[in-house]
Design a protein around this ligand. Sequence first.
Ligand SMILES: [Zn+2]
Length: 101
Amino acid sequence: MEIQCPSCKKVNPDSSVCIRCGCELQALRTILQAAVYEIAIGRKKLCMGNPHDALNHALRSWHLKNSSEAARLAFLANISERRFAEAFTWYYRATKKREDR
Ligand SMILES: [Zn+2]
């Protein structure tokens, strides 16, 4: 998993410290991996017809990293449970993040 150094913005491959400035990256990498894992579990829950659990995993991922993937999963989980106002909020977050890239 590539990771951008929060200090110098260098994109690093699979190293535990930044190859440019030596900043510790392992803790950040662990957090990002947990965020990806939560999305994977949430997607499975949604496919199994459990949008409530899917939303919980999406929220856990979102709290670890505000990613468009987490926002999209939260959007789909809310749509599945017919919570359209919340779904709109997550749609906005998903598309806003995409525009920021
Ligand atoms: Zn760095």
